[in-house]
Design a protein around this ligand. Structure first.
Ligand code: ADP
Ligand code: GN1
Ligand code: MG
Length: 359
């Protein structure tokens, strides 16, 4: 697909813009566009329509959220799409891929690993603010952009199905991880029990709160705003907290293959819960408060299952840079899950202390 056609779809002159690949996401293709004369930046993204089968749902959700925020809090920084020539949010290429342009946040950066506990606190605050500001909007107005995205029982079933069709070599390579994932099926049952409780509220959640989905301000070093809002949709409190535990507490990212480096940093765990609860504690039901510590386990288990399932299926979902990367990622997540499980009692006590602080 020629870039000139894409830019033309948005009424932009190809010759005036420089385009470079950007970011380290696993799903979409992201580019920074820079206007040669002025240095003005835009963010261009090709949405992966194999993953997001109903891209209009993303655009629709963003619009509903943006309208609500515009009415209730016009100063809140919420990125909404730049319109195509036809006044639409998305432009479709010949292969059926939707493209969008978003305002580019200048003087900001994202990171793949968290270096300081203060960054964990600050990022978690931003995700909490987003959910709090949307708490007055009926969650059922937003569509699931990926149905059953965080349905842990379904993820477990998909893993079992992948085992039935996987090649013998891959199954042999992954035998240890297959065993570890099979042994934790009770977590999926626990999740299903928790989310049907009336105290577990259906909320508008981000669903992809990993650390490279928040931008930090160059000057202040503080988190500025959540990005990657493709999965902003109805869900439960565990999703966002869980993905933060998954990606903020370890000194290394999910890509690290030296498992001795994968660890739980208590200071970072505390900071992220502190930041999140400082904004969200008053919003939570008693039931949600009582089960917050489940979040990290749930998300780590789900991510281990998802990477392993993709490995068993022949790497059809996540971008990989070398063979076996999805198995390595799954190993990394299982190690972190094990480390987290060891600290469960002290984490529950910590969360109780923080809930008292924000009562
Ligand atoms: P993916 O779905 O592939 O993860 P993202 O929307 O997260 O795509 O974008 C990839 C990267 O691009 C981010 O990690 C961030 O570094 C950068 N980025 C995304 N949106 C913006 C923005 N509006 N302004 C500046 N940089 C951005
Ligand atoms: C994907 O798009 P990206 O890289 O921010 C995935 C998340 C996973 C994450 C693991 C739509 O997020 O669910 O947690 O990879 N997004 C989708 O790094 O599947
Ligand atoms: Mg991303």
């Amino acid at each position: 697909m020629g870039l000139n056609q894409v830019l033309d779809g948005f009424g932009l002159e190809d010759a005036s813009w420089e385009c470079v690949e950007f970011g380290s996401g696993h799903i979409n293709n992201t580019y920074r566009l820079t206007r040669k004369q002025t240095g003005e930046n835009l963010l261009l993204q090709r949405i992966n329509h194999f993953v997001f089968k109903e891209p209009e749902a993303i655009a629709g959700n963003m619009r509903i959220a943006a309208d609500h925020l515009e009415a209730t809090d016009p100063d809140y920084l919420f990125l909404n799409a730049v319109k195509t020539k036809e006044g639409k949010d998305l432009w479709y290429d010949e292969e059926g891929f939707p493209w969008r342009i978003l305002p580019f946040i200048d003087n900001a950066y994202s990171m793949d690993e968290v270096g300081e506990a203060g960054q964990a606190r600050s990022a978690a605050r931003q995700f909490a603010i987003l959910t709090r500001k949307l708490a007055g909007l009926d969650a059922s107005l937003l569509k699931p952009t990926i149905p059953d995205f965080h349905n842990l029982e379904l993820r477990y079933r998909q893993f079992r199905e992948a085992l039935e069709t996987a090649g013998e070599n891959r199954k042999k390579e992954a035998s240890g991880e297959i065993g570890q994932c099979s042994n934790r099926a009770h977590l999926a049952e626990e999740y299903s029990r928790l989310i049907v409780h009336p105290g577990c509220k259906l909320r508008i959640m981000h669903h992809d709160t990993k650390i490279n989905n928040v931008l930090f301000d160059v000057e202040s070093g503080e988190a500025k705003c959540p990005i990657d809002l493709d999965t902003l949709m109805p869900g439960y409190i565990f999703s966002d907290l869980g993905d933060m535990v998954r990606t903020y507490v370890s000194p290394v990212s999910e890509e690290e293959t030296d498992l001795s480096k994968v660890a739980v940093r208590d200071e970072f765990y505390e900071a992220l819960y502190d930041g999140y609860l400082s904004e969200m504690a008053a919003e939570l039901s008693d039931f949600e408060k009582q089960h917050l510590s489940f979040s990290g386990k749930m998300l780590l288990y789900m991510q281990a299952l998802r990477f392993l399932t993709d490995y068993l299926q022949g790497d059809v979902y996540y971008k990989i840079h070398y063979p076996g990367q999805n198995l390595d990622r799954s190993r990394n997540q299982l190690k972190l899950l094990l480390e987290l499980e060891k600290k469960e009692v002290s984490h529950i006590q910590l969360i109780e202390r923080l809930l008292k602080k924000y009562r």
